[in-house]
Design a binder for this molecule. Structure first.
Ligand code: MTE
Length: 313
């Protein structure tokens, strides 16, 4: 059901939108007329909030209808902006993400403070259409824009002590008013085993539906792990740490019996308070069966060979 296109199969006309291509040609012409030796990059001088414009379309596609953009951007969870499903769209309107910095630390050769731009600009932005299955048994199909996390991790050169990757969301209750209430222990934290983080499906997303990431969906940068319940997809990331021990994760800290570290989508393991066998695709009336690993079994089942997925939920 999942189609993966090789980058070499994608015509270059799909890689750079025509308008951007022409703008760039015009710019190159002007700069050479001025005799300036500019190293041209689509990122040059662009701030984090306007990074989209140049991406490889449909690198991973799905034969399923996309969730309308309006639904994906108005019904979601982002507790830093309120616990109601419509709170994030309303309360994140004024969230500013300019000059976003990410601190990289722990077991790697390239720790430091990186601007989001610097961290991702060496890599092509890809469009990938993924299912997102929330632990509350609703799901969506979203066209993400992002960079494979594996590319970024490789560039940071983790050492052999890097067994896990820990991620942290911004902690600033002035900018994230939901943090004024202690509904969760802030900041929001998530983590992956290093092989999960390096899996080709794992994406560091900076946009969706062809646009910059909306504030309510995790601007300017979030994780997307499509075979795991949605809460693993941590939003507005400010730090990435390579660690030896399994890191603490927000929902596991809040309810260890209900939310495990792995949180792989698994219709055969129910949440203690509800079934995970079925889900409601946003916009549908009837429920549909939930697929093992959210339908990504072929790509990720090998990561859990020999593990009991009942105890490692
Ligand atoms: N990240 C942070 N920082 N705070 C949150 O409350 N909610 C999670 C996840 N990432 C959350 C978060 C949950 S429960 C889900 S289902 C997804 O974001 C929702 O992602 P979406 O906005 O793309 O639907």
């Amino acid at each position: 059901m999942i189609k993966i296109k090789k980058l070499s199969d994608i015509p270059s006309s799909e890689i750079t939108p025509e308008s951007v291509y022409h703008q760039r040609r015009a710019f190159m012409k002007t700069s050479s007329m001025l005799g300036t030796a500019l190293l041209l990059s689509p990122w040059a001088g662009v701030s984090a909030s306007v990074m989209i414009g140049d991406y490889q379309k449909n690198v991973i596609t799905l034969d399923e209808e996309l969730t309308p953009e309006e639904d994906a951007t108005s019904y979601n969870n982002f507790y830093e902006f309120g616990t109601g499903k419509t709170d994030p769209a309303r309360n994140a309107k004024d969230f500013t993400t300019d000059d976003w910095m990410i601190t990289v630390g722990g077991a790697c050769e390239k720790p430091g403070e990186y601007s989001l731009e610097d961290l991702i600009k060496p890599f092509a932005i890809e469009e990938r259409i993924y299912r997102l299955r929330c632990v509350e048994a609703w799901s969506m199909v979203i066209p993400w824009l992002g960079v494979p996390l594996a590319s970024i991790i490789k560039s940071l050169q983790p050492t052999s002590n890097a067994k896990y990757v820990a991620f942290t969301t911004l902690h600033d209750s002035q900018r994230m008013p939901g943090q004024k209430r202690s509904v969760l222990r802030w900041p929001y934290r998530e983590g992956l085993r290093i092989d999960e983080a390096m899996n080709p499906l794992t994406l560091l997303a900076v946009g969706m539906y062809g646009k910059t990431m909306p504030n309510q969906n995790g601007a300017p940068v979030r994780l997307v792990t499509p075979w795991k319940y949605g809460f693993k997809s941590i939003k507005s990331i400010v730090s990435i740490d390579f660690v030896e021990e399994q890191p603490q994760t927000t929902w596991n800290m809040e309810g260890p019996r209900e939310y495990g570290f792995y949180s792989n989508v698994n219709p055969t393991v129910d949440h203690p308070r509800w079934s995970q066998k079925k889900e409601r695709r946003i916009g549908d009336i009837f429920k549909r069966p939930t697929l093992m690993f959210n339908g990504y079994e072929e790509e990720v089942a090998h990561l859990y060979d020999g593990m009991d997925l009942r105890t490692n939920y």
